[in-house]
Each structure stands twice: as structure tokens, then as C-alpha cells.
Design a protein around this ligand. Structure first.
Ligand code: FMN
Length: 222
């Protein structure tokens, strides 16, 4: 019997219908749902969601938890800001597949997406630390879930790790997201770019339409 899958869709643009990354993600999800009508898609719009506060208490709890776990403890109780950490991390871990659409903001990601990453990237929750020969070794716990990223940027960026020679236009968006999700255990990461979106006109429309076609194809294999 077919097991219903849960897809978590993280939407990181606040621009609603004006957002190119959201527009391509909608096309992806429409094609996905047409192929997998039984599956559930949970939408987490990061600029509307009530993300848990992660401040002094949460930061201290994170570091306490690392020490507790490394010295053989069972980890912290879900209290205070740590309760929010557990809640958001459970949402991520309970998904079978993850879709993320995001703009590039100042060469990287919007602060609400960084907020979400800071909440869910947690020791004993989404990664573990072991001490081997006095050195920490990190292992991601969020495994066996494909991640489809749909990333928009005003300028075009090449698919490579940022280099000094990239000058003032350097892509830390893709590089950072791939790194952050790999750290949590993701290995099957797929990418659709929507770029460049900065200059209105027929070239922009053509770029978006081509990303939408790419999205429909990718959805069938997701
Ligand atoms: C606050 C802000 C910062 C931006 N920074 C960059 C940038 O560093 N590089 C770039 O190419 N485009 C930048 N852009 C343009 C966006 O990446 C572009 O408009 C993209 O389409 C946004 O995604 P969205 O359409 O899904 O909202 C920025 C836009 C905003 C609003």
C-alpha cells in the first residue's frame, strides 16, 4: 500500500505573488500534487510564521546541551526556548521531503530563514557531536529526505563556491544553504535557480518560464 508522504515547504520570500522564487515553487508543488494527490504539503511561510524566539536562553541551552550530551547525559528537557527548538525541529524531522524557496538578500539569505536555521540546527536534535581523539566530530541526524531548493537572485551567479575573484557579487546563498543543510544530514539536494530577476523585460519572463518548466520536470522525480 502507498504510504502517504509529508512534504514540508519552507517559503522564505515575503513578497507573496510578486516573488519569483515562490512562483516557481508553486509550479513545482502543483506538478508534485498532481502526481502525488495523497501526499500532504505543509506550508511554512517564514515571514508569517510565529518562529520561536532564540535568544540568550536558547543560546545558553544549546551550549549546555552540547556539554551534557558529550559527557554522556540525555540532553535537556523541552523547557523555555528549548521547547520552541524541539517543536520546530520535530516539524522538520516529521517531513519526508523538504522544499525550500528563497530569495538572495545581500549575497545570502533573508533573516527569517536564518532565524529558522538557527532554531533547528541543534545538538542532540538535528546533529550529534562525538569527541574522537579529543576532537569534535559532527554527524547530521536529518537523513533520507530529499531537499528541493528554488533560489532566486536579482543578478546571475555561477554555480561554484564563492571566490575572492567574484568581487562584490558573490553567492553565499546557495553555498550557505547547501552547507547548512548538509550539516543537518541532508545529502540529496536538488537546485533550481531563478535568475537574473533584477531587470524587467522579456529576458526575465523567459528566465522564469524556463525555471517553471525545470520545476515541473523536477517535481515528477521528487
Ligand atoms: C533586501 C534585498 C537584498 C537583495 N540582495 C541581492 C543581492 O545581494 N544579490 C542579488 O543578485 N539580488 C539581490 N536582491 C534581489 C533579489 O534577490 C531578487 O529580487 C529576487 O527575485 C528575490 O526573490 P523573490 O522574487 O522570490 O522575492 C535583493 C533584494 C532585496 C529585497
Amino acid at each position: 500500500m502507498y504510504e502517504m508522504a509529508k512534504v514540508l515547504y519552507l517559503e522564505a520570500s515575503p513578497r507573496g505573488d510578486s516573488s519569483y522564487s515562490s512562483r516557481v515553487a508553486k509550479e513545482f508543488l502543483k506538478a508534485y500534487q498532481a502526481k502525488n494527490p495523497e501526499d500532504e504539503v505543509e506550508v511554512l511561510s517564514l515571514f508569517d510564521a510565529d518562529l520561536p524566539t532564540f535568544s540568550a536562553q536558547g543560546a545558553n541551552q544549546k551550549m549546555e546541551n552540547i556539554i551534557n550530551l558529550v559527557s554522556g547525559g540525555k540532553g535537556l528537557e523541552a523547557e523555555g526556548e528549548w521547547a520552541g527548538v524541539i517543536r520546530e525541529s520535530d516539524r522538520l524531522k516529521s517531513a519526508d521531503k523538504v522544499v525550500l524557496s528563497s530569495p538572495m538578500w545581500n549575497f545570502s539569505i533573508p533573516y527569517r530563514l536564518k532565524h529558522w536555521i538557527d532554531v533547528v540546527t541543534q545538538p542532540g536534535v538535528t546533529f550529534v557531536v562525538d569527541v574522537v581523539d579529543d576532537a569534535p566530530v559532527y554527524t547530521g541526524l536529518v537523513t533520507d529526505k530529499p531537499l528541493q531548493m528554488i533560489l532566486a537572485s536579482g543578478s546571475p551567479y555561477e554555480m561554484r563556491f564563492p571566490r575572492e575573484t567574484d568581487g562584490t557579487k558573490t553567492d553565499f546563498q546557495r553555498a550557505y544553504l547547501e552547507h547548512a543543510f548538509r550539516f543537518m544530514g541532508f545529502s540529496d539536494m536538488r537546485l533550481i535557480k531563478v535568475q537574473p530577476t533584477g531587470i524587467p523585460g522579456p529576458d526575465l519572463e523567459a528566465a522564469v518560464v524556463s525555471s517553471e518548466a525545470h520545476a515541473r520536470e523536477a517535481a515528477l522525480m521528487f
